[in-house]
Design a protein around this ligand. Structure first.
Ligand code: ASP
Length: 361
């Protein structure tokens, strides 16, 4: 009898233990399911967003034909959709920036890639840069003459060298080994840009520089057209890219703000991603893009307030131009002290906007 009771106790004990283990396993499973659900929910809730610009300047309604406006709007929309499609299908922010910028680089409407302006020698020298907000890794090319899409070259410098910026023939020789599309320099020649060069040279005035040497300074025709993009991907990573032909009638060898990390382009997941357009010298002197990030980091400004402050500083120095930015939560900002700026954004909230002329709040 005693034997029977102890056997029964043993069997009950074993069943009890098995039950306990099963219930623990169930609990663990359900905890795992819960955490996976939470993760999926938080990923689903993470905003995706993309903002682009196509340059700032004296862009006024009265100077624009209906056809021109429609062409700009359509191209901005195409760039926005191409970049956003990358984010929507799980691509990263750098690839989204590349896609959006490639569309604008391939269009003669903007001063980047195909539509690049002429320098004072009647040639094209293109600049571009890219930066990742998570790693602060960055790449840039300056003064390149044969690379069809300079933003692709900037990404290659970021990913495949230990450097941040390559210039001129060195940059071209390096990227040509990686299958980047190279073109004849005449690919960048367009009638519109040639006219702008002739107009600028016709208007050129002669001034004395600080050393007393005669210098010819172009009268700025206040039309830019540099392109830029900031994107926020599903992992919460920001990236910013900028691509340009520089300024019409710029001196041979002149490098603007666009390929200079911190001046015309910057991204930091702690603060924001920024891309600039305008008279590059002022954006270099103020380190405009990095300044906007610092204002958010050290003075707790919002992304809107940060851009407003930087544009104020540029204005105070006598410069002009515009900036786009996005913070880590997908809040988009843009500001400029010119008449207009080609600009657009699209977000996973469904919001989308394309604007050209004066600011509307
Ligand atoms: N920022 C560019 C540069 O100075 C010009 C532009 O924005 O169009 O090269």
């Amino acid at each position: 009898m005693l034997k029977f009771i102890s056997r029964l106790t043993l069997i009950t004990g074993v069943f009890f233990l098995l039950g306990l283990m099963a219930s623990c396993a169930d609990k663990k499973d359900s905890e795992q399911i819960d955490s996976a659900q939470n993760q999926t929910e938080s990923i689903a809730e993470r905003p995706l967003a993309l903002v682009i610009h196509g340059g700032a300047g004296t862009i006024k309604r009265e100077n624009m034909t209906e056809e021109m406006e429609a062409a700009y709007r359509a191209k901005l929309q195409e760039a926005l959709d191409a970049g956003y499609a990358v984010l929507e299908t799980g691509g990263n922010s750098v690839e989204a920036v590349r896609s959006a910028i490639n569309i604008m680089e391939d269009s003669p409407l903007f001063n980047a890639g195909k539509g690049a302006v002429f320098n004072s020698l009647g040639k094209h020298e293109l600049d571009a840069s890219i930066m990742e907000g998570q790693t602060l890794n960055a790449g840039a090319v300056a003064g390149v003459t044969k690379i069809k899409n300079p933003i692709d070259a900037a990404i290659l410098v970021k990913d495949s060298t230990r450097h941040v910026m390559l210039s001129g023939t060195g940059a071209e020789e390096f990227v040509s080994q990686y299958g980047i599309t190279m073109v004849e320099t005449s690919y960048f020649d367009t009638e519109k840009r040639l006219e702008q060069l002739h107009r600028a040279q016709g208007k050129e005035k002669v001034v004395l520089d600080h050393s007393g040497v005669l210098d010819t300074t172009p009268i700025d025709d206040h039309k830019y057209g540099t392109v830029g993009c900031v994107a926020l991907d599903k992992d919460g990573n920001l990236a910013a890219g900028t691509s340009t032909g520089g300024m019409t009638n710029k001196k041979f060898g002149r490098i603007g703000d666009s390929p200079i990390i911190g001046a015309g382009n910057y991204a930091n997941n702690l603060t924001c991603g920024v891309s600039c357009t305008g008279t590059g010298e002022f954006f270099i002197r103020t380190l405009a893009a990095h300044e906007a990030s610092n204002l958010m980091l050290y003075q707790e400004k919002t992304v809107d307030q940060a851009l407003e402050e930087v544009i104020r500083q540029i204005q105070e120095l006598g410069g002009d131009g515009g900036m786009i930015a996005m913070d880590k939560d997908g809040n988009v900002a843009w500001d400029f002290n010119t008449a207009g700026m080609y600009r657009a954004y699209r977000k996973s909230t469904g919001e989308m906007k394309i604007e050209i002329y004066e600011k509307t709040k």
